[in-house]
Design a protein around this ligand. Sequence first.
Ligand code: ADP
Ligand code: MG
Length: 710
Amino acid sequence: MTETEKDIKLRGDLQMSLTYLPGVGPQRSKMLETELELRTAGDLLFYFPYKHIDRTRVYAIRELTSEMPFVQVRGEILSYEEEGEGRKRRLIAHFTDGRDVMDLVWFGTGAMRWVRKSYSTGRVYIVFGRPTVFNGRINVAHPDIENADDLRLGSMGLQPYYHTTDRMKKYGMNSRWMEKATNALLTRYVWSLTETLPASLLERLCLVGRTEAVLTAHYPQSADALRRALYRLKLEELLFVQLGILRISEQRRTGVRGRILNRVGPLFNTFYSKHLPFSLTEAQKRVIREMRTDMCSGRQMNRLLQGDVGSGKTLVALMTMLLAVDNGCQTCLMAPTEILAEQHYATFRDMLGDMGVRVELLTGSVKGKRRREPILEGLRNGEVQVLIGTHAVLEDAVEFKELGLVVIDEQHRFGVAQRARLWEKSELSPHVLVMTATPIPRTLAMTLYGDLDVSVIDELPPGRKPIETRHYWEERTTALYTGLRREIEKGRQAYVVYPVIKESAKADMKNLEDGFAQLCEVFPDLKLSKVHGQMKPADKDAEMARFASGETQILVATTVIEVGVNVPNASVMVIQNAERFGLSQLHQLRGRVGRGADQSYCILVTKYNLSSDTKKRIRIMCETGDGFEIAEADLRLRGPGDLEGTQQSGVALNLRVANLARDGQLVQLARDEASALLKADPDLSHPENAALSQRLTELSASNYDWGKIS
Ligand code: ADP
Ligand code: MG
């Protein structure tokens, strides 16, 4: 290839391998691929800096304080000097701006050697770094240094900083290198970017064009320009996510016919008037109405029910299932663990009493032909009306005669694919209700569970006393044990939760085995249970049952008890090494108590040294019991990364610029704009939406990996 041919090739093709980019070559492009997953010119173009630093301003040494972030100073090195012994050995360059002197410092023999070689006295440099004060003198450790002649500072504006990995840095591929590479790329490629958004949208929302946005995101002229560029790129990204989600849910809505379950029959009525021991909360009534509307609509219901622990979701599920049974359908409730499935089974049988509904339990431990076959047979011939189980209900052997409604409890353990397998169990797709006690903020829900409608129970049954949450340092064991004994002497029970089962390499964590031994010594007169994930399910269940029946007073456990377990008499939840747990996990654990009418307590035990984020988490736990508030705080502190991993909408969420935690309002805007676009032009066939439609197709081809999940 001649240079011009190469150049022409370079100019047009965003799909081109980075190998051909000047200054990259095969080895570095390999590195970019393995370390940052950047393969093509287009990938690198959209690999944006994580920060920018203002390089327009040059400081005088006398202006510097240790409060300043990065600063740059122009001047010369007067002399070098080495100081200190051993690990503290360091190279110091006395640097002057012509008026005052400050010290540049390097540690490590390697650095000391190349610094001396690279920067000589008497030449003018621009030194760049974070100032600190040491021995009354301004001091910059490991600064960036460049020849003053090479930089025209005034025109540099904001300098981009790119994340690279340690491995890359070893080969000289640091932020500076990335800057050069993207710069080379931008000058050639940025003009081949095409606009993806319709002109009317750009105009109405005053959005920067795509080319300008990409350029500016790398090399902004001002902080304001950067903000506008990122705004546009984020909105674009989120808009395509929302368009994808809305299309999928629209397809489901129109493509999937739903059974019409419009009869309110004797089972529902009898239960409501005779069996229900209390009146429903307004929120529960509203949610049941919402689901009834769905099930009468002729479309398949796909609803997410959010409600804090103890808000009465299970009861709502039960009543909705009765509605379905009244319409001649079978129903299935799927729980994530055996303990939970068994508990639901017991609750259902208890509540339904002698109403003559056939309820069966199917879990991995229901083994053997003699026990399983009658259940499977009953499902096939329609005699089993309510099936409660774990993943076991997904097995091929499980066939229903007429499955009308599926309820999935604690959905975060079940993905879209598993939901889809349940649909296959019936000719007409059953209605689907997904319940979660891990509430997530609305903007996130609409993205992660975009194809589900959302109902919320935002009210607890009356008479619940808020759980009192306290923070104890781990040294306060006496106070902790005294408190525990006091509650147990009142006839209550307690949970004590540990982060790990056995002593581990991370020695500063308390473990369940030691904790159990210690508690046995402290409370020789009490009976203790022990439950953890490495026990056989049968043993685990037996221990749980002992605790649930009141035979044992203290349950020592790992987080296996996090989900759903209900022992109303338990009034104390002690969480050891609470600093190890995330907010929503703490909240879930706390939800195991406070289920009876008595005052309950949650004790968060931590070590003394806590990071500021951990302190915030503990404080939020002590201050509020509101799951939604906690979810919002969790998202702010932790970011949505974990949630993105569990995304269920079927649309991939590898967001490059937008952040679901911080850009909530933009998510909403993107959602609104996406619905408006699809409403005006459902298949995006107007000429104005041509680019949009093409981009969406490109994205779906690479993103919606349905093949993988089925
Ligand atoms: P969730 O599944 O949301 O955690 P549950 O349905 O298990 O909550 O309900 C928790 C407890 O509250 C159960 O013992 C249930 O019987 C009770 N409960 C549910 N709804 C009400 C209500 N409206 N009034 C009083 N108690 C209720
Ligand atoms: Mg529940």
